[in-house]
Design a protein around this ligand. Structure first.
Ligand SMILES: Nc1ncnc2c1ncn2[C@@H]1O[C@H](COP(=O)(O)OP(=O)(O)OP(=O)(O)O)[C@@H](O)[C@H]1O
Ligand SMILES: [Mg+2]
Length: 317
């Protein structure tokens, strides 16, 4: 069922600049979680800390009993094999065709023969809909195809944990919907814990089981999707509903004058909570939750119209 990531009291600075501090959360095994936050709040830094590419200043990151933040290089090397990572910029080798890019981790980390490598690469290329594009160079394909090729590469070692940094940046809404559907289908199909960083509010509202929000150098909230989508906490509410009224301004935080100017403005009512995106491959979601279950169990009245099939955004599948 994938692997749990338990983060406790994590902080990270570069020189005198604190990026975030006191970050504690448990990313549940086998579920899809999304991390949100204004640009520059350290989402990519957080992902890099999770795979041990950046050392945090304080705190621990426990994965299967190993603390990534303090373990030896040897243990880190072993634990990294659990991860598949899609970096924000795709990080493809420009001079290698897609086949060789996707095959790269297999050639580096396994003793598979070329014929076994071919089988795995073609299986993952098929999974992301790139059969026929194996011979193309990264520079010859569209941004959406590059993201999918990066995803195929992240999948070749059958990861227990998939970290995906802004899969939808630079994609049109249709391709974003397709890639979201692909995540949900993959999550139903493979045993992996997903953590997706995104700026896309529709993705954040419909794809994950859990949502987190990094804001102003700390983790403002992390929890089940319905908890954040029904939250009255101003920062969470403003961000998840893409509103201008609220504490977040153009340069991250509004100043006292800006807040004074809008103090009589009411925040618009919370929009309905949409249904979660369903797998299109007929396999049930691993962490299937009853729509509205969290709200009911916690005595929260969801906004009117929530969990209505007609109101929910869906993607073709
Ligand atoms: N290796 C580094 N050395 C010094 N500062 C860094 C380093 N990596 C990131 N930073 C700084 O950390 C801060 C957070 O960067 P990060 O890339 O994590 O933001 P982000 O939330 O992913 O933003 P975006 O949404 O734009 O991708 C930025 O101020 C950045 O300049
Ligand atoms: Mg980033």
């Amino acid at each position: 069922m994938g692997v749990e990531i338990k983060v406790d009291n994590l902080s990270k600075s570069f020189g005198k600049q604190l990026i975030w501090g006191d970050v504690s959360l448990t990313i549940p095994a086998g579920e899809v979680s999304v991390m949100l936050g204004p640009s520059g709040t350290g989402k990519s830094v957080f992902l890099k800390a999770l795979i041990g590419l950046l050392k945090p200043d304080t705190g621990s990151i426990l994965i299967e009993g190993t603390d990534i933040a303090s373990c030896s290089e040897k243990d880190l090397y072993a634990i990294r094999k659990l991860f598949g990572v899609l970096f924000q910029d795709g990080a493809m080798f420009g001079s290698m065709n897609l086949f060789d890019n996707v095959a790269f981790p297999l050639r580096e980390h396994t003793k598979k023969t070329e014929s076994q490598i071919r089988d795995v690469v073609m299986e993952k290329m098929d999974l992301v809909g790139l059969i026929g594009a194996e011979d193309k160079l990264p520079g010859e394909i569209s941004g959406g195809m590059r993201k999918r090729a990066g995803l195929a590469r992240a999948l070749v070692l059958d990861p227990e944990i998939l970290l995906i940094d802004e899969p939808d940046s630079g994609l049109d809404p249709v391709r974003t919907s397709f890639i979201n559907q692909l995540f949900i289908d993959l999550n139903a199909q493979i045993d992996a814990t997903f953590l997706i960083v995104t700026h896309d509010i529709n993705t954040a509202r419909t794809v994950p089981d859990n949502i987190g929000l990094l804001y102003h150098k700390h983790l403002a909230m992390f929890g089940p999707r319905e908890m954040l989508l029904s939250s009255e906490e101003p920062v969470v509410r403003q961000f998840l509903n893409a509103q201008t009224v609220g504490p977040i301004g153009m340069s991250e935080e509004k100043d006292a004058d800006e807040l004074e100017a809008e103090k009589d403005l009411d925040m618009p009512p919370l929009p309905p909570i949409p249904l979660q995106l369903e797998p299109s491959n007929g396999i049930p979601r691993r962490s299937q939750r009853e729509p509205g279950g969290w709200c009911r169990d916690n005595g929260v009245t969801p906004p009117p119209g929530s969990f209505d099939h007609k109101m929910s955004m869906t993607t073709g599948g």
